[in-house]
Write a protein that binds this ligand. Structure first.
Ligand code: ADP
Length: 376
């Protein structure tokens, strides 16, 4: 079976790395072989996954097509599906997920708990709605398409923040009083077997107001964990997805759960599974789209993941600082993506940290934070 993946970034690289032992035939499409997968995969096509002709040409010899990024040419996927090619996730589900407005309508239609929302086409429309008291502060504005890592999200507390408003088609939802941000990764194969991983919790650096690390299993009630895993399982079935579906949740102080958004591919909240779980999210994605039995999701230990971002103030040929200090730590696993050039906040890798207690994990994370830097 020939498996074609649209995208050649770090997620593709880890799909390849995690399935070498299965001796599968994986090919990747992205614009440059210098990208993270290009260095390790033997079959890499240089081309643009947002371009119709490039996707069609790449898919010609493939038995199944999947993605490691959502922003791919949808029309090509629809046409390939019509021609009888296997496309995972299905183009009709991907179309909904690519658009946060359609996603929210999908949750409403299927009674999946998610915050209330309204769609708008422009900044002017929102300003008018505020004038007419149809929108109340504080609120969150999200562009419908192409947002990532918080880009395309504006949090508006009052009139003084209105300069943050983004233009173009978007949605507005109330600001949720978030107590914890959680995520669950579900996986489903063509036979309909479905599994979910342990719930992951984002730990914030209160001072910097940034995610410090991700941690699993989340420190929540067993019943909350069950709710999240059940919602993730319902969603992967409702979307009829084969492969992975990552579901992000907000939990308020009362323990109420709201779905924020989903991603039909490997996700940041599952990187720890490479070292902490029986079978990683990457291997399970490839198993699922190849219709193989799925691997176990239970964890050997508490697992945490810290993103390694390019240090502020450095742009150019990357250099790793403090790697030796990190490698001396027990049950700490370094995953660098092989990107040549570092830039401030660019995702250069991640480090998985395993431990028996949160304190042990925090100690190791603090050491990593202190010593490990990607500079130029
Ligand atoms: P992206 O797709 O860029 O990751 P998200 O929808 O996940 O965008 O939003 C980014 C972050 O903004 C969230 O992780 C959360 O911290 C905050 N956020 C988003 N929506 C809301 C909301 N309705 N209420 C409060 N905070 C929100």
């Amino acid at each position: 079976m020939k498996i074609g993946i649209l995208g050649g970034g770090q997620l593709g690289r880890m799909m390849f790395q995690e399935t070498i032992g299965l001796d599968l035939d994986l090919s990747f499409l992205d614009t440059s072989r210098s990208f993270p997968v290009g260095k390790i995969a033997h079959s890499f096509t240089e081309g643009d996954f947002t371009n119709y002709d490039d996707v069609i040409a790449f898919a010609k010899d493939m038995d199944v097509i999947s993605i490691e990024i959502e922003k791919v040419n949808l029309k090509a996927l629809y046409d390939l599906e019509t021609q009888g090619k296997k496309i995972h996730p299905k183009p009709s589900s991907l179309e909904i997920i690519q658009d946060k407005g359609l996603q929210k309508e999908f949750y409403r239609k299927h009674s999946i708990p998610s915050s209330d929302f309204k769609l708008y086409n422009s900044k002017e429309e929102i300003l008018k709605a505020i004038e007419n008291e149809q929108v109340n502060y504080p609120f969150v504005q999200k562009t419908r398409k192409d947002g990532y890592d918080g880009k395309g999200v504006a949090i508006v507390h009052s009139e003084t923040n209105l300069n943050k408003l983004l233009d173009g088609p978007c949605l507005i939802e109330p600001l949720v009083p978030i107590f914890k941000e959680l995520a669950v990764i579900a996986c489903r194969n063509e036979r309909g077997e479905c599994i979910t991983y342990e719930v992951v919790e984002m730990v914030f650096d209160q001072e910097a107001n940034l995610v410090k690390y991700l941690f699993s299993p989340a420190e929540i009630l067993e019943s909350t964990s069950e709710t999240c895993r059940n919602i993730a399982e319902s969603l992967i079935e409702l979307f009829d997805i084969c492969g992975l579906l990552a579901v992000e949740f907000f939990m308020d102080k009362k323990g109420e759960i709201l779905v924020n958004e989903v991603a039909p591919r490997p996700h940041n909240s599952g990187h720890h599974t490479i070292d902490a779980a029986v079978c990683s999210q990457f291997e399970n994605h490839i198993r699922a789209i190849s219709n193989l039995p799925l691997g176990g999701t239970s964890q050997y230990k508490i697992g945490a993941m810290i993103n390694i971002l390019g240090e502020e103030g450095f742009t150019g040929q990357k250099k790793y600082m403090g790697l030796e200090d990190v490698l001396k730590l027990e049950d700490v696993h370094v995953h660098l993506y092989g990107k040549k050039i570092t830039k401030p906040k660019r995702k250069m890798g991640h480090i998985n940290v395993l431990g028996d207690s949160k304190e042990e994990i925090e100690d190791k994370i603090n050491t990593i934070d202190k010593f490990f830097k990607v500079i130029a």
